[in-house]
Design a protein around this ligand. Structure first.
Ligand code: CUA
Length: 334
């Protein structure tokens, strides 16, 4: 009985957040039930007790309010709602602040599938493989409409939006398979926009990634033999940051932005992530994925102090995968 009362959804607690989210939920849930029973009970009892009598001489006496009770109830309810707020806010803040050592994985949502892009270049559809016990930061964006990444066993859910990045972090604690749902109605295929998180022991996860890398190397060798026999050269089987570096040159970014700290026509991109930029209007901002994305799409929206607006827009010229690769390259420019 107690187990039933204390486990919110009878779902496994598979992340570092699950137990605390459940505790807050259970507290609010049972407090609401107790209040409901008391209020409805009082209404029923007093309706019966002070209801209109059959004979008119049995008039119900006029009842004055009771100030201490009114103040007491108000203060009590105020304190309890503040406890709910403070407790919820504390855990919410915890859930919004990814640790610096988190393993970053990009999530690209589209109608109607989830795509996962690892920093080694590995791309998986519908299946997110993770090492247990390691903080994970998901950097998420959508290719079309609003989706929402929801893993009930982890008690995490976050909208995934077009034209911007949202993030989610957690530590998977339970090995095995956990369902991924889309929690935002996104069209006829919404209910089938499913996936699995597969949580492995860290050693098994490493083996899984190495096997993929070995397979890529083997494919490259096969391709190289084919090239020697006259076939076209294979396309990049390289890490995300390497793909980004190639793009950085191919798209001409390198013409204006140095990567060694020297100013060019535009600001240097060495150490760009996490740097505080000051703009010509005096505003400041700490550089993150959303700012880089904005700079690519609307380069003249914010001009860094000391520079002039002359960067062309890259709106519509980069896929989500390519933009993530550029981000990975820029993050590596420490
Ligand atoms: Cu994607 Cu609903």
């Amino acid at each position: 009985m107690l187990g039933f009362l204390l486990s919110a959804y009878q779902l496994p607690q598979a992340s570092n957040f699950a137990a605390e989210v459940d505790r807050i939920f259970i507290f609010i849930y049972w407090f609401s039930i107790v209040c409901f029973v008391i209020i409805v009970g009082a209404v029923v009892i007093w309706t019966h007790r002070y209801g209109r009598r059959k004979r008119p001489e049995q008039l119900t006496p006029y009842i004055e309010g009771h100030t201490p009770t009114e103040i007491g109830v108000s203060v009590f309810l105020f304190v309890v709602t503040m406890v709910m707020f403070a407790w919820g806010w504390k855990e919410y803040s915890h859930m919004r602040t990814p640790p610096a050592n988190a393993l970053q994985i990009n999530v690209i949502a589209s109608k109607w599938k989830w795509k996962f892009q690892y920093t080694n270049g590995h791309v998986q559809e519908r299946q997110l493989v993770l090492p247990a016990g390691q903080p994970i930061r998901l950097n998420m964006t959508s290719d079309d409409v609003i989706h929402s990444f929801f893993v009930p066993n982890f008690r995490v859910k976050q909208d995934v939006l077009p034209k911007m990045y949202t993030t989610l972090w957690f530590i998977p604690t339970l090995t095995g398979e956990h369902d991924i749902f889309c929690a935002e109605y996104c069209g006829t295929g919404h209910s089938a926009m499913l996936g699995k998180v597969v949580v492995m022991e860290p050693a098994a996860y490493e083996t899984w990634q190495r096997q993929w890398e070995l397979q890529q190397a083997a494919d490259l060798m096969t391709a190289a033999q084919a090239v020697a026999a006259g076939a076209p050269a294979p396309v990049g089987l390289s890490s995300l940051a390497e793909q980004g570096k190639t793009l950085f040159a191919a798209k001409g970014c390198i013409a204006c932005h140095s990567v060694d700290g020297n100013p060019g026509t535009g600001p240097t991109l060495k150490g760009i992530f996490g740097r505080e930029e000051e703009f010509i209007d005096g505003s400041k901002l700490v550089v993150d994925e959303n700012y880089i994305r904005e700079s690519l799409n609307e380069p003249n929206k914010r001009i860094v102090k000391g520079f002039v607006p002359m960067m062309p827009t890259f709106q519509g010229q980069l896929s989500s995968e390519e933009m993530n690769a550029l981000m990975a390259y820029l993050q590596a420019l420490k």
